[in-house]
Design a protein around this ligand. Structure first.
Ligand code: AP5
Ligand code: MG
Length: 184
């Protein structure tokens, strides 16, 4: 089983849901930049205050702010990890690779969760997080296409991408992910 993983995919594809299950089962550290940023917003730190408006509008938080959190966390993990919602730009991916060189680690697999827009929107509206309203969801999807989707080719060219159709039940998708991760 691979232990240094990225979960990539549009908002609502199930990255967080699946990451939690895989991390519990295989004792990996779950690093979700969305969760970490929301905690900074709640705590009203400088970083959280800078991130809040961007997140509320479905825009990406700047690379330097996100990297300042991820770098510290990643360097503190001694076992395996699963990065959820990071990297989100080619700049973040390149910075991640520089950090990994420093700590002598490699990304072993990138799981791409794919789902059509209608289902993504339906799931997000049902969840109802602060940024889950029609207008902000539309922007998050646009931002994903422009800034994050280029990472698919970026990681595919490194032979790391494993695509999964994420429209089954939570349990079915976990099983698909596990079978992919056991084979790579
Ligand atoms: P983030 O928190 O990462 O949100 P997101 O990418 O928009 O994705 P979601 O968390 O909404 O979806 P998910 O794929 O995790 O799906 P989930 O499992 O929750 O980012 C939020 C914001 O933070 C960004 O907009 C940005 O501002 C900022 N940010 C974060 N990271 C950043 C970065 N690296 N750089 C810059 N800015 C960053 O599932 C969704 C719903 O569907 C849930 O209700 C779930 O229960 C349900 N569900 C899941 N699976 C299934 C299933 N199989 N069947 C039915 N329902 C399901
Ligand atoms: Mg999430």
């Amino acid at each position: 089983m691979k232990k240094r993983l990225l979960f990539l995919g549009p908002p609502g594809a199930g990255k967080g849901t699946q990451a939690k299950r895989i991390c519990e089962k295989y004792s990996l550290s779950h690093l979700s930049t969305g969760d970490l940023l929301r905690a900074e917003v709640v705590a009203k730190t400088d970083l959280g205050n800078k991130a809040a408006v961007l997140m509320a509008n479905g825009e990406l938080v700047t690379d330097d702010l996100v990297l300042s959190i991820v770098e510290t966390k990643l360097k503190a993990i001694s076992s395996g990890w699963l990065l959820d919602g990071f990297p989100r730009t080619v700049g973040q991916a390149e910075a991640l690779e520089r950090i990994l060189v420093e700590i002598d680690q490699l990304i072993e697999a990138v799981v791409l969760l794919e789902l059509n827009d209608d289902l993504l929107i339906e799931r997000l509206l049902l969840r109802g997080r602060d940024d889950d309203n029609q207008e902000v969801i539309t922007n998050r999807l646009d931002v994903y296409r422009v800034k994050t989707e280029p990472l698919i080719d970026y990681f595919r060219s490194k032979g790391l991408i494993h695509s999964i159709q994420a429209d089954g039940s939570v349990e079915e998708i976990t099983q698909l992910i596990e079978s992919v991760l056991k084979c790579v």
